[in-house]
Design a protein around this ligand. Sequence first.
Ligand SMILES: Nc1ncnc2c1ncn2[C@@H]1O[C@H](COP(=O)(O)OP(=O)(O)OP(=O)(O)O)[C@@H](O)[C@H]1O
Length: 259
Amino acid sequence: MEEIILSIHDLQKSYGRKEVLKGVSLEVKRGEIIGYIGANGAGKSTTIKIMLGIESDYRGEVKIFGHDISNGDITYKRKIGYVPEIAEVYDNLTGHEYLTFIGEMYGLDFDLADYKAKSLMELFGIGEVYHSRIASYSKGMRQKLLIISSLLHNPELIFFDEPINGLDANSVMIFKEIMTQLAAQGKTIFYSSHIMDVVEKISSRIILLMDGKVVADGTFDELKEQNTEGSLEQIFNELTGFNEHKELGTRFVSVVGEM
Ligand SMILES: Nc1ncnc2c1ncn2[C@@H]1O[C@H](COP(=O)(O)OP(=O)(O)OP(=O)(O)O)[C@@H](O)[C@H]1O
């Protein structure tokens, strides 16, 4: 039987009077790569933060590795990796200092953390800045550092929130390969992104969030059968009922020109 790694039932979350999640339900099996998509402000990051225990004020049930995360036991976090959409890193540390610190927090001994951190940075093409301060890193270098720090402890379940922001085309190809191979090893990946062609290519299932609810959940082929033939971008536009980009672009440019 396929193991359910993550299940959410009737998840509801409000900020003040604003209802962000209005009854989200989904299940994720071991080895799946879930592409979690939706318009800006749809509630994707909020869902991820709830699953990570960063946001604890919610209604509904969230189970990770079969355990309700509201039971006070946070040991499940040891087996989770996370790349946040907006990350705070200690800029004054070097890559070496930061990654060995994170590795040790996850229980790796220093030498292993150092070896893994250095090797992964080299493989991701940023080995030469291992001993430089993070403050001097480019945007893409920082993003690679975050990806590495989320994987150092070999997690079972990985949450990537916009992980490829700032990565160049070659690095995106490496990242896609990493995701595919991790999933083939039985790791489970929950991945939120606006880069539709990447989501289309690597997700084993795509979940679309709209108006606080899941409005589509299936493989890319299944979504295509239920909607217009075309790219995930076209399906996204269709499902979210959006066809105003030309008109909005024109009005935007016209306001820019007003003096
Ligand atoms: N701490 C907060 N306080 C108040 N409102 C919040 C807070 N965090 C998120 N929100 C609101 O919740 C809604 C969902 O935000 P969220 O960041 O989950 O969206 P998202 O789908 O990840 O969007 P994006 O694609 O732009 O990253 C937005 O309306 C946002 O303003």
